[in-house]
Design a protein around this ligand. Structure first.
Ligand SMILES: [Zn+2]
Ligand SMILES: [Zn+2]
Length: 211
């Protein structure tokens, strides 16, 4: 039996260093893939947040089921986030510059150290539950609301929006921000970091994106 806290471990991740920005403008279109179970109301609220913070066009794509090939059951039933974003990117519809998947299911990755080995302790990091995953820069990201659970609906939505804005920020080329109030701050495995951050990116990050 694994310790209970592992199951609820929270983490936001960026896989690669953000050395250069993707081309980003107001004509940029973010395609949203709602995976089965995601409510229309949440999709609508998240769309509004994306347009208001980044000024991009959002296109809601057809609902899909999560790819079976991404399913894993080491500690609990989860879907591998890195597989999902790779599959999304391979299936980018025309007219879409970035693709964001939204799911209610738990998603995970294997966390590595600087040498490419599984981070220690291995039992903790071989299948590590996360809230979202994006390459930086990248074209595809996935956000799950599974680990944002709270009985407070407003808080849940506020957290969900922040993780979406954070992961898209990585795709747009933003690295983690030293400003703790910025939504691009490193969540360092804690939901509190997210709660303490503002809903949008700071002025320094806005400048980097030329917003
Ligand atoms: Zn991050
Ligand atoms: Zn910032």
């Amino acid at each position: 039996m694994k310790p209970h806290f592992v199951y609820f471990a929270l983490f936001l991740i960026v896989l690669l260093g953000c050395s250069k920005s993707n081309t980003f403008s107001k004509e940029t279109t973010v395609g949203v893939v709602p995976y089965k179970g995601m409510s229309a109301q949440k999709i609508d609220e998240l769309t509004k947040a994306i347009t208001s913070y980044y000024g991009v066009t959002v296109k809601i794509l057809r609902q899909k089921t999560l790819p079976k090939s991404a399913f894993i059951n080491i500690k609990s039933p989860r879907y591998r986030a890195d597989s999902i974003i790779a599959i999304q990117e391979r299936n980018m519809p025309e007219g879409v510059d970035y693709i964001l998947g939204l799911t209610t299911k738990d998603v995970s990755v294997t966390k590595h150290d600087g040498n490419g080995n599984i981070k220690h302790p291995e039992w903790r990091y071989n299948d590590f539950g996360i809230m979202g995953l994006a390459y930086c820069p990248g074209k595809s990201c996935i956000v799950s609301d599974f680990r944002l659970k709270t009985n407070d609906k407003d808080l849940h939505l506020a957290r969900f929006k922040k993780v979406v804005i954070h992961e898209l920020g990585h795709n747009f080329g933003l690295p983690h921000c030293p400003n703790k109030k910025c939504v691009m701050t490193d969540a360092v495995e804690s939901i509190k970091t997210i709660d303490n951050a503002d809903p949008g990116v700071c002025n320094a990050c806005r400048k980097k994106l030329r917003l």
